[in-house]
Design a protein around this ligand. Structure first.
Ligand code: ASP
Ligand code: ASP
Length: 362
């Protein structure tokens, strides 16, 4: 009954195929992470004002003013970053920031490191493989031990959803979530919002479509919370199997047809297929995914839409985004890639977050 044909049809019709994928013997995998994020789908009702911000574990509870404040602070830093001999006042001199990464990262880790150094802070690198975690130490013991070494803040990346919030409850030091499982990646969403605001002038009323593997994406989740709070409209587009079942409750539009999503939107955030989080098992094949949801020149030409394109990286070239669309810095006609501009903006945003949480405290 759950034939491969039903799965293929689900890409076109938007109907959930139900049951397990016909090519898989094991039952359909529902990760703990995904269950957690489904429980977290409704943003908190009481947004946190900037003055009360001690940690940045996600955007779900942040007020519109706090978000605007962070973006404004980042805008000041970006201006200096653009100048030829950029130099910043060392407002975080003598501070030690632990970069606690239990998952791989290039952009986030380096840009936190650069951001901290720009403000005069020192960083301590940590990777799970070379630490006592490989001997069985728990996350909270690791954090408590680092705290005992007078670390001033933690930047945490961890595969478990909710880990940043958990840590923020056991340490008085600021905790910054650099990506927790499928839950949130707040600094990525802030840099996406910064990039959009810089380009369009305002986020109010902007139509943003997020394309692809929303189910597993912490970037999507943080962007949904942040963009809605900032007054933007959000559309989600992807195969039904990769859109969380309760997504509509968040006040977003749902699309299963990419052409329609593009026609509706002013800009697109393309997501990476999170193959390490089993997204491949939610699809008939990567080729079919790419045919239905890959952002290519042909598709943009067909819809006749000049679209600003963002992607958090790393990209799966020719799967969710074609080389042409990903690499087009100057728009010769229809799309404009912001991928590298996003990376630069990531430094300004992370400086703003560090300065907001640590600046002015002893
Ligand atoms: N996962 C991407 C990278 O490794 C971006 C990030 O770190 O958030 O660069
Ligand atoms: N770099 C982002 C993250 O760490 C997005 C991705 O990995 O696809 O969540």
């Amino acid at each position: 009954m759950h034939s491969l044909k039903n799965w293929r049809n689900s890409l076109r019709t938007g109907k959930r195929p139900g049951g397990k994928h016909p090519c898989r013997k094991a039952s359909f995998p529902v990760q703990k992470n995904v269950q957690y994020i489904l429980q977290q789908m409704t943003p908190d009702n009481k947004p946190i004002p900037m003055a009360d911000m001690n940690h940045l574990t996600g955007l779900s509870g942040l007020s519109a003013d706090s978000i605007t404040g962070l973006l404004d602070t980042a805008a000041g830093f970006k201006q200096t970053l653009r100048s030829p001999n950029a130099s910043f006042s060392p407002t975080l001199k003598n501070r030690r920031i632990a970069l606690v990464f239990f998952e791989n990262s290039t952009r986030t880790r380096f840009s936190f490191e650069i951001a901290a150094r720009n403000l005069g802070a020192g960083t301590l690198g940590f990777s799970a493989a070379s630490s006592s975690v490989s001997k069985g130490e728990t996350l909270s013991d690791t954090i408590k031990n680092l705290e005992a070494m007078q670390v001033d803040a933690f930047v945490l990346r961890h595969p478990s959803s909710g880990s940043a919030k958990l840590i923020s409850r056991i340490t008085p030091k600021p905790v910054i979530n650099a990506g927790d499982g499928s839950n949130e990646h707040p600094t990525q969403a802030l840099l996406d919002m910064f990039t959009l605001r810089e380009h369009f002038g305002s986020l109010k009323g902007l139509k943003v479509t997020i394309i692809g593997d929303v189910l597993h994406s912490r970037v999507a989740r943080s962007n949904i919370y942040g963009l809605l709070r900032a007054g933007a409209e959000v559309g989600l587009c992807g195969p039904v199997t990769l859109i969380p079942p309760d997504a509509e409750k968040l006040g977003v539009r749902l699309f299963t047809d990419l052409d329609r999503a593009i026609a509706w939107a002013d800009t697109a955030i393309v997501l990476r297929l999170q193959l390490e989080r089993a997204s491949g098992t939610y699809l008939p094949s990567l080729e079919e995914y790419s045919r239905h949801y890959g952002l290519t020149d042909e598709r943009l030409e067909r819809t006749g839409k000049h679209l600003l394109v963002l992607h958090p990286g790393p990209i799966n070239r020719e799967i969710e985004i074609s080389n042409h669309v990903a690499d087009r810095i100057q728009p010769p006609g229809y799309s404009k890639s912001m991928l590298l501009e996003q990376v630069t903006n990531g430094i300004a945003i992370r400086m703003a977050v560090l300065e907001t949480l640590l600046g002015g405290t002893p």
